[in-house]
Design a protein around this ligand. Structure first.
Ligand SMILES: Nc1ncnc2c1ncn2[C@@H]1O[C@H](COP(=O)(O)OP(=O)(O)OP(=O)(O)O)[C@@H](O)[C@H]1O
Ligand SMILES: [Mg+2]
Length: 239
């Protein structure tokens, strides 16, 4: 099986800055659901940006679906929800309009959407549990519902790899756990590779196959059950 993501000996610094990531080795198979956690400033977002080809490492190599990420020919194979994706939320667009836009982007601008595309859109909305709110403007949804609408938008492109960077602001542990649960279901039902940055590994632990802790490099990579005791914060352990 070829790898969904492969980083070999990757080191990276922003221009004129200190090293942010050093000696990163990471291989993710297409059938994995990987949780990524670590302290603020540890390099989680930077790691995602390297994987997506939005930054280039000074050292080492990155492969995404077997290609150099910046040269990946069909971008819609990948969906990325950035940490600060709350753009356009003041716009009057409804859930269906936002999710349809996701389908249009994936199909390319010169193709009219047909009945099959509309079915994909409806299915994406159903999967995230927003069917009753299909015609509601995003500006009148809760933060968690807006996040689900953006996930549906991503799903409407039928990506092979879904990359999510959890926003820190306004996301409580319960909401993060609910999102992890939703993603686990998508992963099982659709077989999508998922990389999910969460700021509370306690919230993702029960759902992911694999946990990667990032703090300047990868300091832990394995099943959550093998996480060394010092990393566990008792207040976040789920029974
Ligand atoms: N565009 C940038 N230019 C220069 N330095 C940056 C830039 N983005 C991030 N950094 C620095 O790189 C380091 C890693 O940042 P990064 O955003 O990857 O961390 P993070 O683990 O995602 O943190 P958080 O949990 O706060 O989201 C930090 O020291 C940060 O200040
Ligand atoms: Mg970040």
């Amino acid at each position: 099986m070829s790898l969904a993501v492969e980083l070999r000996d990757v080191s990276f610094a922003y221009p004129h800055g200190p090293a942010v990531l050093r000696d990163v080795e990471l291989a993710i198979k297409p059938d994995e659901f990987v949780g990524i956690a670590g302290p603020n400033g540890g390099g989680k977002t930077t790691l995602l940006r390297l994987i997506l080809g939005l930054e280039r490492p000074q050292q080492g190599s990155v492969r995404l679906l077997g290609e150099a990420p910046e040269r990946l020919t069909k971008r819609s194979r990948i969906a990325y929800l950035a940490q600060r994706a709350q753009l356009g939320i003041e716009a009057p667009a409804t859930v269906r309009e936002v999710v349809t836009a996701g389908r249009t982007i994936a199909r390319g601008p010169f193709r009219l959407l047909g009945a099959a595309d509309r079915a994909v859109v409806d299915e994406a909305i159903r999967r995230v549990g927003l069917t009753p709110l299909t015609t509601r403007p995003l500006s009148r949804l809760s933060g968690g519902q807006q996040q689900r609408a953006f996930i549906a938008k991503a799903l409407a492109g039928e990506p092979e790899v879904l990359v999510l960077d959890e926003p820190t602001a306004g996301v409580d542990v319960e909401a993060q756990a609910a999102l992890a649960e939703l993603l686990e279901k998508l992963h099982e039902e659709l077989g999508t590779t998922i990389l999910y940055v969460s700021h509370e590994f306690g919230a993702v632990e029960p759902y992911v196959d694999r946990l990667v802790l990032v703090s300047g490099t990868i300091v832990f990579d394995g099943p959550p059950s093998e996480l060394p005791a010092p990393w566990h914060d008792p207040s976040h352990v789920h029974s």
